[in-house]
Design a binder for this molecule. Structure first.
Ligand SMILES: *[C@@H]1O[C@H](CO)[C@@H](O)[C@H](O)[C@H]1NC(C)=O
Ligand SMILES: *[C@@H]1O[C@H](CO)[C@@H](O)[C@H](O)[C@H]1NC(C)=O
Ligand SMILES: *[C@@H]1O[C@H](CO)[C@@H](O)[C@H](O)[C@H]1NC(C)=O
Ligand SMILES: *[C@@H]1O[C@H](CO)[C@@H](O)[C@H](O)[C@H]1NC(C)=O
Ligand SMILES: *[C@@H]1O[C@H](CO)[C@@H](O)[C@H](O)[C@H]1NC(C)=O
Ligand SMILES: *[C@@H]1O[C@H](CO)[C@@H](O)[C@H](O)[C@H]1NC(C)=O
Ligand SMILES: *[C@@H]1O[C@H](CO)[C@@H](O)[C@H](O)[C@H]1NC(C)=O
Ligand SMILES: *[C@@H]1O[C@H](CO)[C@@H](O)[C@H](O)[C@H]1NC(C)=O
Ligand SMILES: *[C@@H]1O[C@H](CO)[C@@H](O)[C@H](O)[C@H]1NC(C)=O
Ligand SMILES: *[C@@H]1O[C@H](CO)[C@@H](O)[C@H](O)[C@H]1NC(C)=O
Length: 459
């Protein structure tokens, strides 16, 4: 009796132990499905996506091959769900071979919880952006770039008030210039931070002027777009702007004209206005106001006059490209203040004076291009400090004298072009230390003596 009681107690304890373990493991598992595990795709979302797959434009897209009704749509390629409720919040179908018009009643526009939609680099066969896009009112990121849309941008885009990033690059409007009612559009897009309108056929001045009301904009890209009217200097007054790319932004019929005055207090970190051949006149002194600049690219424009000394106030500058302009006269004597410069391109200008000496302190330089410049005759002694150089391009210059043997200390050099100068004397043996070199051109100089045997090190 006593013993039986004891056994009962033991088995009771055993049961207790088991149920306890079961409880622990069960609770672990249930907690992992309710709060940690993802919620599976909702049937409504899955059927909208399967319907999309049937639409003719989408039916040949390879990325949709694993969209099969027996599996959770949240696991399908290109699909992102909200793990808490199984709603589709992201669709990334860029470069997926979609080909054909996008219908206004495409089931795409039934995915009402979409926050990110990327259809870039497909071919919608010149169809218009459907006005039903305005239904996707939760969109924060919309990328329709390089996907062969044309016609008018529907005003319903202005309903997308959550948009943070909008890319309509390469968008074609049959009316020249593009007549989308940007004024209405921008009044609503108060959260927009990134706007890309690259390679848009042409943008009328009334439209680009309204960009000034995009008060949250941090990045604006208009590269390769024709801008109608005068230089859009108001974009520099956008309160939060940090990056502007206007390279190749020809404007017609008058040309971009002249650079504006730059106000102080700007947060601009990157400014690229390169390859606008009709941008003429001087680089204003007020460039020194853009104190946050890290990248300044004015290469391949038609700028002239001297380079203003205020440029040496841009102490954060890491990349400076002024190549292929008509700058003349001496460089600012305090250029050595730009201590963070890693890239300096001054080629193809009429700069004179004692340039190399000014560069001696720019010890972070990795790329230096002074080709096609006619300074006063210079000897090549300034580069010894520039131990981080990877590219040193001095061709078609006015360098004289011997190549210093200290050049062999620049062991990171990958490209060295000293051709078409007046170097003389022996090519130093130390050049054989430059084991990273991929390109070396010493032609058209007045060297004498023998080719150093150390050059075989470089083969
Ligand atoms: C939790 O449940 C899954 C099936 O949904 C199962 O594979 C797994 O083994 C369970 N984990 C535990 C700890 O019971
Ligand atoms: C759009 O829907 C209507 C009916 O709702 C249908 O008749 C039409 O064919 C659809 N158009 C396209 C392009 O799918
Ligand atoms: C897009 O497709 C149309 C025909 O639907 C074709 O004429 C056009 O060349 C294609 N464009 C691109 C960039 O593939
Ligand atoms: C701005 O957005 C609101 C609601 O988000 C909408 O009712 C209004 O029509 C939009 N404005 C324009 C010009 O589309
Ligand atoms: C900017 O917005 C203000 C107020 O909403 C409006 O009066 C002005 O016309 C707008 N400017 C442009 C260029 O759209
Ligand atoms: C501006 O766009 C051009 C292409 O047109 C690109 O090469 C360049 O890197 C961009 N500039 C910056 C600063 O990103
Ligand atoms: C370039 O600038 C010069 C003046 O410096 C001017 O005469 C010439 O017309 C400009 N070229 C272009 C293409 O705008
Ligand atoms: C550049 O900085 C100096 C002092 O650091 C100042 O006197 C000068 O006005 C500044 N120039 C510009 C254009 O900001
Ligand atoms: C280089 O830096 C040194 C010390 O910082 C300074 O004395 C000298 O003037 C600078 N040289 C040039 C050319 O900027
Ligand atoms: C640089 O090169 C010269 C001559 O080749 C040598 O005497 C000198 O020690 C080198 N300096 C450094 C810092 O390596």
């Amino acid at each position: 009796m006593n013993r039986m009681k004891h056994e009962t107690l033991l088995s009771y304890l055993f049961l207790l132990l088991i149920s306890c373990c079961f409880f622990v493991s069960h609770s672990l598992n249930s907690s992992s499905t309710t709060s940690l595990g993802p919620f599976p795709c909702l049937p409504s979302q899955s059927s909208a996506l399967l319907q999309l797959k049937q639409e003719s434009a989408f039916s040949h897209a390879k990325i949709l091959e694993n969209w099969i009704h027996t599996t959770d749509c949240c696991s399908w390629d290109g699909v992102t769900c909200n793990a808490k409720n199984g709603q589709v919040v992201g669709l990334d179908l860029r470069r997926s071979g979609i080909h054909g018009p996008l219908s206004p009643n495409s089931s795409l526009f039934n995915l009402l919880h979409l926050e990110r939609l990327n259809l870039a680099y497909n071919n919608f066969s010149f169809s218009a952006i459907p006005s039903t896009s305005g239904k996707l009112s939760r969109l924060s990121h919309l990328d329709l770039s390089y996907s062969v849309f044309s016609g008018k941008v529907p005003p319903e885009i202005a309903r997308l008030t959550e948009l943070v990033s909008l890319d309509l690059s390469s968008y074609r409007d049959d009316s020249h210039p593009v007549t989308v009612d940007m004024t209405r559009l921008v009044q609503n897009l108060t959260k927009l931070r990134v706007l890309r309108l690259d390679q848009v056929t042409s943008i009328s001045s009334s439209i680009h002027k309204s960009l000034v009301n995009l008060s949250s904009l941090t990045s604006l890209s208009l590269r390769g777009s024709y801008l109608d009217g005068e230089f859009p200097d108001y974009i520099f007054n956008l309160p939060k702007i940090e990056a502007i790319n206007m390279s190749w932004s020809y404007s017609f019929p008058t040309g971009l004209g002249f650079l504006p005055e730059f106000q102080s207090g700007s947060n601009l970190k990157s400014l690229d206005i390169s390859s606008n051949y009709d941008l003429s006149g001087k680089l204003p002194d007020s460039i020194g106001n853009l104190k946050s600049l890290i990248v300044l690219n004015l290469g391949h424009c038609n700028l002239s006059g001297t380079i203003p000394s205020s440029i040496s106030n841009l102490s954060q500058l890491e990349r400076l490209d002024l190549s292929l302009n008509s700058f003349e006269g001496p460089l600012p004597s305090n250029l050595g203040n730009l201590k963070k410069l890693t890239v300096l391109y001054l080629s193809g200008n009429k700069i004179q004076g004692d340039l190399p000496h000014l560069l001696r302190n720019l010890t972070q330089l990795e790329e230096l291009d002074l080709s096609f410049c006619k300074f006063n005759s210079q000897i090549l002694n300034f580069v010894t400090n520039l131990v981080k150089l990877k590219n040193l391009l001095l061709h078609y210059g006015s360098f004289i004298g011997q190549i210093p043997s200290s050049l062999g200390n620049l062991t990171r050099l990958e490209e060295l072009d000293l051709s078409d100068n007046s170097f003389s004397g022996q090519v130093p043996m130390s050049i054989g230390h430059l084991t990273s070199l991929k390109q070396l051109d010493l032609s058209d100089n007045s060297f004498s003596g023998q080719i150093p045997s150390s050059l075989v090190n470089l083969m």
